[in-house]
Design a binder for this molecule. Sequence first.
Ligand SMILES: Cc1cc2nc3c(=O)[nH]c(=O)nc-3n(C[C@H](O)[C@H](O)[C@H](O)COP(=O)(O)OP(=O)(O)OC[C@H]3O[C@@H](n4cnc5c(N)ncnc54)[C@H](O)[C@@H]3O)c2cc1C
Length: 315
Amino acid sequence: MAGVWIIAENREQTLELLNIACELAADIGTRVAAFLSQDHERVQDYIDCGADEVLVLPPLASDQSIDAYIPIIAEEAKTGDPDLMLLPATMRGKEMAARIAARLDTGLCSCCTALTYDEGSKSPVMERLAHGGAAVQKVTCTTRPAMATIPPRTFEPATPKEDRHGQIRELPAPPPSEVKVLEKKMKERVAKDITEARIIVCAGRGIEKNEDLAFIRQLADALGGEVACTRPIAEEYHWLPEELCIGLSGAQVKPDLYLGIGVSGQVQHLTGIRNAKVIAAVNKDENAPIFRAADFGIVGDLYDVVPKLIAELKK
Ligand SMILES: Cc1cc2nc3c(=O)[nH]c(=O)nc-3n(C[C@H](O)[C@H](O)[C@H](O)COP(=O)(O)OP(=O)(O)OC[C@H]3O[C@@H](n4cnc5c(N)ncnc54)[C@H](O)[C@@H]3O)c2cc1C
């Protein structure tokens, strides 16, 4: 069967992966297959957005977790022989990808941020950040299928095309799992999802005390944005929840505007904002690395600059 296969947890992830999958499939000269669990209404949606085949996974028993699908997907891959398998680089996606790769005894590029097809070697070339975001590593997979996990929002979602037709195939029920789900509890979110924010004001260690975050919030409110932070603010000082930390060990964000206040701009932080459309910064040190990444910068004391910005924005 070959092809580029997508295994995602929801519609949003599937459409993003379909976009890059269609591009690669056209270059490879193959087809696109998308796995779907339970929600049959989305079958035509996925076909319209580029899937040539939708493989429908049956519902799980109440004591089964999504892991139960791993043997079914691995068996399908053994017979279907895909060129490439793509999963989202979410916690669950990364775990599933690793376990499927182990079953197929193949290579996996984790947190891949760009994918092309090399006509010469006839293999996908995957890119990922290395050395804390300071370098980009190119990865080719010498085993088949090549596998990659892709962080959410790396690619734009695929859009529907006209006159699309595709096949639908129901997959067999998963075998009983060795791991039983006893109880499910939603993880409580203590902060907004900053990966969705269009405008982000990021607090760095230039802020002297917890109470001073109040005017960072005022600035974010004046801009209609959300507050985020660097790692020290979340993990050393515990002034803001870890979910708001941006960077290598935090969130990768893609806002229209990122405004760093008292942020030095170390590479581990910049890794998280490389997809921001506009980067602006306020820092009292004109040599701060953030200014090398920034489109706009104000060299000055944040305690002087931020109140002025708020006053201007409120006019
Ligand atoms: C493996 C690893 C993973 C990491 N992951 C992350 C991550 O995901 N996210 C992250 O953020 N960091 C991460 N880090 C930490 C990172 O290396 C930096 O230490 C961190 O980003 C620095 O945070 P900061 O800019 O707030 O603080 P600092 O580097 O201390 O910078 C503070 C800045 O504020 C400026 N300043 C001070 N006072 C004022 C003032 N009054 N007005 C204006 N400017 C002022 C200073 O000039 C300075 O540039 C990681 C590190 C490692 C080793």
